[in-house]
Write a protein that binds this ligand. Structure first.
Ligand code: MG
Length: 299
């Protein structure tokens, strides 16, 4: 072995030794990522079927294991939903809003409406074993609203703390949903919602990301990673017109976000909240589920 070959060989072995552990780690990560399932959920209104049983039958056929009802009137539907879910591999994912008033209302009467109706929904959500109740602190049109100041944030965190503790006592959570600026200027970014969860200092306060509203984000991946353990739910729609995933073609790429969810070992649901362009909604939902599963696998 001449000096040149010797040097080459030793450098190559040294390099091999240096990369070996990280290659092993990355193989393990790949295996782990492949084992994280995509838990799909459908909103009730989106799912075809005359009755709740028909809708659940349709979901079952597609292997969809999460069901997202609206919060309005939920307290009166607990038994109906429980009965319909019995013996099925479907659980209530999150509950979509449905309360009166809003948490940042300046008018004490509107705030009281929120407190009463939200707690009623949270109690029903707990009885149904839901992951949480989705809420927005204030939509753009809701007034009079506390101004966007530091004091308001502190007030919001204190209010959420109490609500979160109540939700925990019911066995569920409240889930902050950031929206795009045209709908809710107050809370637009997933990381900001997560920081509010942290500062509310209650395990019952969580947040979510909605791929449609996440047009506000500079990176789907970074947004979900920043939310980490606070991330309790995900909404998904096509990314151009908020219709069925896939109906906006190339735009409907969720892989960066999915990669983050897999790395986080995200244990909750990805729930379809969207319109539908196609006349055949059942076919559109079937295609959407296939597309999302394919992208999940590739992420
Ligand atoms: Mg949403």
């Amino acid at each position: 072995m001449d000096r040149k070959t010797f040097l080459k060989t030793s450098l190559a072995s040294a390099a091999a030794l240096a990369v070996a552990p990280s290659v092993l780690v990355s193989c393990k990560q790949q295996e782990k990522k492949a084992s994280i399932p995509l838990r799909l959920s459908f909103q009730e209104g989106l799912t075809p079927g005359e009755s709740l049983a028909d809708k659940l039958d349709f979901m079952e056929k597609l292997g969809v294991t999460g069901f997202e009802p609206g919060g309005r009137g939920l307290a009166g539907r607990v038994q109906e939903i429980r009965d319909a879910l019995e013996g099925r591999n479907i659980q209530v994912s999150a509950i979509c809003a449905g309360f009166d008033g809003f948490i940042l209302a300046q008018d004490p009467e509107v705030k009281a409406q929120f407190d009463k109706s939200m707690r009623e929904i949270v109690r029903a959500a707990g009885e149904l074993g839901s992951t949480g109740v989705i809420m927005v602190p204030a939509f753009n049109g809701q007034e009079p609203v506390y101004p966007h100041t530091l004091q308001t944030r502190e007030y919001l965190c204190a209010q959420l703390h109490d609500l979160g503790e109540y939700a925990l006592s019911c066995g569920t959570t409240v889930i902050l949903e950031p929206l795009n600026r045209r709908e809710a200027f107050y809370l637009r970014l997933v990381a900001d919602a997560a920081a509010i969860c942290r500062d509310a200092n209650s395990k019952g306060v969580k947040c979510m990301g909605d791929f449609w509203h996440m047009q506000e984000e500079t990176s789907d991946y970074a947004a979900f990673m920043a939310a980490g353990p606070y991330l309790q739910h995900v909404h998904i729609a096509s990314r151009g017109n908020r219709v069925m995933p896939g109906e906006d073609g190339e735009k409907d790429n969720y892989k960066e976000g999915f990669r983050a969810l897999k790395e986080l070992e995200y244990p909750h649901y990805v729930s379809l909240e969207c319109g539908c362009r196609a006349e055949d909604r059942a076919a559109a939902l079937t295609n959407a589920a296939a597309l999302l599963r394919q992208q999940w696998e590739e992420a």
